[in-house]
Design a protein around this ligand. Sequence first.
Ligand SMILES: Nc1ncnc2c1ncn2[C@@H]1O[C@H](COP(=O)(O)OP(=O)(O)O)[C@@H](O)[C@H]1O
Ligand SMILES: [Mg+2]
Length: 303
Amino acid sequence: MTMTIDVAVVGQIARDLVLVVPTVPAAETAVAVRSRREMLGGKGANQAVGLAQLGVSVGLVGVVGDDAVGGWLLEQARRDGIDTTAVIQRPETSSGLIVDIVDETHQWRYLEDLPDPVKLTKADVQKAAGLLENVRCCVIQLQQPSEAVLSAAELTKAGGGRVILDGAPADDERRSTILAGADVLRADSHEAELLLGRPITSENDAVEAASKLLEHGPSIVALAAGSIGNVFADTTGHVVVPLSNTEVADTTGAGDALVAAFTASLLRGEPYQIAARHGAAAAQATVGHPGGRPALDPTQIFY
Ligand SMILES: Nc1ncnc2c1ncn2[C@@H]1O[C@H](COP(=O)(O)OP(=O)(O)O)[C@@H](O)[C@H]1O
Ligand SMILES: [Mg+2]
């Protein structure tokens, strides 16, 4: 008997090394690290962890290496309750690594070792067809190669599932095809700027930007708009959720937590305005600690 999996997450899996430092050292100087966390990370894994924490049955589609770290990442994901049947363990490949350096001003700097072999190919995604054609929702990270993104979206749609995109397609040529196939598009401030070709300057501007993106295909758009907060829109209206006054330790992973909680809410059949509250609250619950791993509590009433 196979367990039903409601959501597939297609994206990055990496070893995440979070280092909190008083200051980033200048060349030829050293600082002592204040605290260190090492964990399963990468946007795909973080979203899958968030979904699992919220009680959603989730399967991950991504790539790890055949090194010891790869085995450890798979083990961690399983421990988090994530189905890893569709994770590729690529021969002769080192697993991805993200070093997240957070300084005293709570700003992050990432050192990313995510070469092509740890990214999904179209063939990798096609191996996951059995999962993708049977899920209710597929969350796809646009940092993955466009052919892999398109293939995941097509397989999901073929099975009648909803496609949720996070990020901005890097590939200009395929951008319109990718957006046309989306049900939900979520972008952070920088990604929104890439999509629009200009920065978002005000709340009205963010709402306008969201309606513009709705014209490209998605039926719901969620945009992070800097200090304004998060804007969620469909063709009938919009909601703006202002930033919380939570003390920020590191915004890393807050967008991924937002996507996880937003998706979980839509799956429960809630309207996007409610999903928006859950998403923003999940971001709030993630900015208070260093590193991208969410710690979402399904019993918490979010709004
Ligand atoms: N103080 C805060 N309270 C709540 N949410 C916040 C706060 N500061 C930032 N955020 C949210 O965190 C999210 C960060 O998103 P993103 O840059 O995509 O993160 P990542 O890709 O690392 O998961 C945005 O949606 C932003 O609005
Ligand atoms: Mg993001």
